[in-house]
Ligand binder design. Structure first.
Ligand SMILES: Cc1cc2nc3c(=O)[nH]c(=O)nc-3n(C[C@H](O)[C@H](O)[C@H](O)COP(=O)(O)OP(=O)(O)OC[C@H]3O[C@@H](n4cnc5c(N)ncnc54)[C@H](O)[C@@H]3O)c2cc1C
Length: 429
């Protein structure tokens, strides 16, 4: 028997490693591990991502049961759980799709070592992205650090890298039955926040270029969480959107650009991509941070975004850029504080894009907004929410007496930010 280890690929359709496991001709045991190294760091007992994973596993389980099989689900630390699994079953090979995050790379290394000690091959596959971090490099073999040339090369290379989506035709599962453990057994409760289904209908994708920056509209795909956990195949998404919108494809390339950056420059997980920015002494005022988190800054667009995040686990991209700029530049709070808050709250949280987005806003990232570019939250609102539909949806008391005055004036904050950054970063922008 061979094992398929589900991780960021929670689907049966067009799943590269799963197809390869079936092509081995052996019976396939599907396995999922609730990794306590990750779960123990989560703050809320009703974390929405855990609920999303659980629901996705339940959908897989239902399908497997109809085929007389089941998911084998374990809860614990990866190497220890793999040891138990290998004791229980006669495993001849393990299949999984590659995950490029620093923690996942270390985890897979440790599991690979264990499997090797037992003489069991660990086969891994590209599935999560269209181009892996080493597949799009400069002509001299170095990684790109600027998006535009990376995206050009990505597009040139794609015909060689792209496989067509495939269906699982004659699955041969290991026959057994195991109930899916309930959320409470994993130490969690159901979240009231439910991920929106994604929308890649022709209408939305064709209008994406014109409407994607308008937060009042439902004009973006909501694919984030689905791509993060692999409940949809990136190849199927690409096949659908590529003929309709180059601008949309560019966003998919940003996702792969940031994954490539974290892979080649793992220091940016905890430090500035550009080391000079590590010299900045942030003001880090706790009460400022609390007002930002609670959507009480007095800037309606910032407050609407923060309240949308708290209420739904999602925030529109334009508004993510504005709130991140506001925290790091208007309030001079360390980008890592904001990054951690998003990591806790976003359903579509993904280390590379979140880190990339935050470092972009703070100016410290590769290809980032220069430090002297300080978004004016009022102008951003006038431009992208001219009728105030988005802000009044999320900040209904906007014109009532209880709504706060702006916590810091824009001209003052802008000048302070530029001076502060200049002092610490100097001319090394
Ligand atoms: C400060 C900040 C933090 C962010 N944190 C995350 C995060 O944790 N996880 C995450 O997936 N995205 C993050 N983004 C990028 C972007 O905001 C979200 O991907 C997007 O808003 C998700 O909504 P959607 O699925 O409707 O996107 P759409 O606009 O429909 O885009 C389609 C897909 O393309 C990808 N994409 C789009 N924009 C970007 C981008 N700028 N960078 C990388 N990928 C992109 C995503 O996978 C997205 O689902 C962040 C951006 C900023 C400025």
């Amino acid at each position: 028997m061979v094992i398929h280890w589900f991780r960021r690929d929670l689907r049966l359709d067009d799943n590269t490693a799963l197809l390869a496991a079936h092509a081995s001709g052996e019976e396939v045991l599907p396995f999922f591990l609730f990794d306590t190294n990750i779960l123990d760091k989560l703050h809320a007992a009703n974390d929405a991502r855990v609920t999303f994973i659980h629901d996705s596993l339940a959908a897989i389980q239902l399908q497997l049961e109809s085929w007389g099989s089941s998911l084998h689900v374990a809860i614990g630390e990866p190497v220890a759980e793999w040891e138990k699994l290998l004791t229980r079953y006669g495993v001849t090979a393990v299949y999984a799709n590659r995950d490029y995050e620093p923690y996942a790379v270390k985890r897979d290394q440790a599991v690979k070592q264990l499997l090797e000690q037992r003489g069991i091959p660990f086969y891994t596959f590209k599935d999560h992205v269209l181009a892996e971090p080493h597949e799009v490099l400069k002509d001299n073999g170095e990684p790109y650090t600027v998006f535009t040339p990376y995206s050009r090369k990505w597009k040139n290379r794609l015909p060689q890298l792209l496989c067509s989506p495939r269906d699982l035709l004659k699955p041969r599962w290991f026959p057994f039955a195991m109930p899916l453990p309930g959320l409470s057994l994993i130490g969690f409760a159901r979240s009231p926040l439910v991920a929106q289904p994604f929308n890649i209908d022709a209408d939305l994708i064709s209008n994406y270029a014109e409407q994607r920056d308008l937060p009042a509209l439902r004009a973006t795909s909501r694919l984030g969480v689905h791509l993060r956990f692999g409940t949809v195949s990136i190849r199927r998404v690409y096949q659908r959107v590529a003929p309709l919108s180059d601008v949309f494809v560019n966003e998919l390339i940003w996702r792969e650009f940031y994954q490539m950056i974290v892979w080649h420059f793992p220091h940016c997980e905890t430090r500035a991509f550009k080391p000079a920015y590590d010299r900045i002494e942030w003001l880090n005022r706790e009460d400022d941070f609390v007002r930002w988190k609670e959507g009480q800054t007095g800037y309606p667009l910032v407050d609407a975004g923060m309240r949308q995040l708290a209420a739904t686990g999602w925030m529109h991209n334009r508004v993510r850029m504005v709130v991140a700029s506001f925290l790091t530049k208007h309030l001079l709070v360390d980008w890592r504080w904001g990054e951690a808050w998003f990591a806790e709250k976003l359903l579509d949280f993904e280390l590379a894009s979140n880190n990339g987005g935050w470092q972009w806003a703070a100016g410290s990232g590769c290809d980032a907004a220069p430090y002297f570019r300080v978004f004016n939250p009022t102008l951003q609102q006038q431009r992208f929410d001219p009728q105030g539909l988005y802000v009044s949806e999320w900040v209904p008391g906007l014109h009532l007496p209880g709504y706060p005055q702006p916590m810091v004036s824009h001209p003052f904050a802008r000048q302070r930010a530029v001076g502060h950054y200049k002092k610490f970063v100097g001319s090394l922008v």
